[in-house]
Design a protein. Structure first.
Length: 495
């Protein structure tokens, strides 16, 4: 370790955010540019280089965290970049978007604030790009085998990059007009600016990966045709079938799914639209769902100039500290977290009817009501107990001109016909069934990421992409040197 007493002498310090009043006027990332590097080496020096680094187990990628912490504490950025990229294709994505289960598993977190692992990771990734430590790595020779990857989210991109570097000819098919999946049109720019994605895609192009955008497999290209054309097909289509809320008034105009709303705001930022047709400007907005997608809607609505924004979470407000009985270390704890979007809503008092920030906890939606023109105008809710039973006399009504449903996703979208055309077997959850080698019931077709695992974190998505690439490479060549950090049945640590 760089400093044997670092965890005793150095306090945790995170990458500071820009002032709320400044950052809500733009779509740039919320952090102060250049403010991470002056503090990150000392923060990396807090790592204890544990004999058993539980951060490895908490991260499905198996990131070599104590090693690159030590290297950053010594400011050996090239070596740190090599160790980071040894296990993670896209650390600039995870360093910005992952909720950092590695920090929950940090041994220091047993009784002190954890090492700022996520900040160290993104500092290494950004330094690697600025210093030229992440050049394209095309294969020395081609295998003569071809692979189609369907979907360009983190799973598809990771699988494609690994297989391209192994020497296979890889084409990525994406139904949208731009690459990136939810990272492109689901994640707002204030969480990750799109130039990080563009830069990595250009690296992959230079390595030899081919991309086919605006091509929905199953509709624009027949699934059977694609299967016949390639030696292997990897399905990384994500879990984009959103969960519904079938309540009275759902049919009213102004009640939309979060993933109908967020892509339009992203397209405004991309220059495709002058104004989103679902813009929250001047509207009372209610977001149903307490997860990250709901928080993304919250930050977007604030930037669009909503009159008010309230987020409903059906769960009770968690405590500030880990509950050692229900969430013992090193599992990821259910604690009260204040995202950048919630901080903005709190400071701007965007939700006067809510609790400490924009959220109403233990709140269950009953129905929606509208005006004579059939447009939503109010959301009716009730408080619930831990068993989600309504509490008598707790009914409330919130003004609502725009309601966004952020209730998660149940499995792959079947509208394109891909699942049915291939005759894929599904498991009881509605996700694509696969065996221990990531193979589906259709020979030569593999499934990875949220489409098969179910809705999960970006680190699990990238780990799935790396693991399915190893399985495909083994099938095509008889052996593989590609790493497989997880198996298809591995799950996060739980009690």
């Amino acid at each position: 370790m760089g400093d044997p007493k670092g965890f005793l002498t150095t306090a945790r310090e995170s990458w500071p955010r820009r002032p709320v009043e400044e950052r809500v006027r733009d779509w740039d990332e919320v952090y102060v540019p250049g403010a991470l590097l002056p503090i990150v080496s000392k923060q990396a020096g807090r790592c204890m280089d544990c004999g058993v680094p539980f951060c490895h187990e908490a991260c499905p990628l198996g990131n070599l965290i104590p090693e690159w912490n030590d290297l950053v504490s010594r400011e050996d950025w090239r070596a740190a970049s090599d160790r980071l990229h040894a296990t993670n294709n896209f650390p600039e994505f995870t360093g910005r978007l992952c909720p950092a289960p590695c920090e929950a598993g940090c041994v220091l977190a047993i009784n002190q604030p954890a090492v700022t692992i996520k900040n160290v990771e993104v500092a290494i990734a950004d330094r690697a790009w600025s210093e030229g430590f992440a050049p394209p790595r095309p294969p020395d020779r081609l295998s003569g085998r071809t692979v189609a990857v369907i979907g360009s989210g983190p799973t598809g991109l990771a699988a494609a990059q690994q297989l391209t570097r192994a020497g296979h000819t890889v084409a990525v098919y994406e139904k949208d007009d731009r690459l990136g999946g939810l990272m492109r049109y689901g994640i707002p720019g204030f969480k990750m600016e799109k130039h990080h994605l563009e830069r990595r895609v250009e690296q992959m192009r230079a390595e030899g990966t081919k991309f086919r955008t605006s091509t929905a497999v199953g509709r624009d290209v027949g699934a059977a045709e694609l299967r016949a054309r390639y030696d292997a097909v990897v399905l990384a289509v994500g879990a984009t079938a959103w969960r519904e809320l079938p309540l009275p008034g759902r049919e009213l105009a102004g009640v939309h799914q979060a993933m109908e709303y967020l892509p339009l705001a992203n397209r405004v930022c991309q220059g495709d639209l002058a104004v989103s047709p679902m813009s929250a400007a001047g509207k009372h907005v209610v977001i149903v769902g307490g997860g990250d997608t709901g928080a993304d809607c919250l930050g977007t609505a604030v930037r669009e100039g909503a009159a008010s924004v309230t987020q409903l979470d059906i769960y009770a407000q968690p405590g500030a500290e880990r509950d050692e009985d229900s969430d013992p270390w090193p599992t990821y704890p259910k604690i009260y977290r204040l995202s950048a979007a919630h901080e903005e809503a709190r400071d701007l008092e965007s939700a006067p009817a809510a609790d400490a920030d924009a959220r109403l906890f233990a709140a269950s939606t009953l129905h929606f009501s509208g005006d004579a023109d059939g447009h939503v105008r109010a959301l009716h809710l009730v408080e619930v107990d831990a068993e989600r039973r309504p509490l008598p006399g707790s009914g409330r009504t919130l003004p609502a001109d725009l309601v966004l449903l952020a209730l998660g996703f149940s499995g792959p979208d079947r509208e394109d016909g891909l699942v049915d055309q291939l005759g894929l077997a599904l498991d009881p959850r509605g996700t694509i069934a696969r065996d221990a080698d990531f193979a589906t019931n259709v020979p030569g077709v593999y499934a990875a990421g949220d489409a098969a695992r179910g809705q999960s974190l970006i680190v699990w998505a990238i780990a799935e992409g790396r693991a399915v690439a190893a399985a495909v490479d083994r099938r095509l060549t008889g052996a593989t040197q590609l790493p497989a950090p997880i198996g298809p049945y591995d799950r996060p640590m739980t009690v």
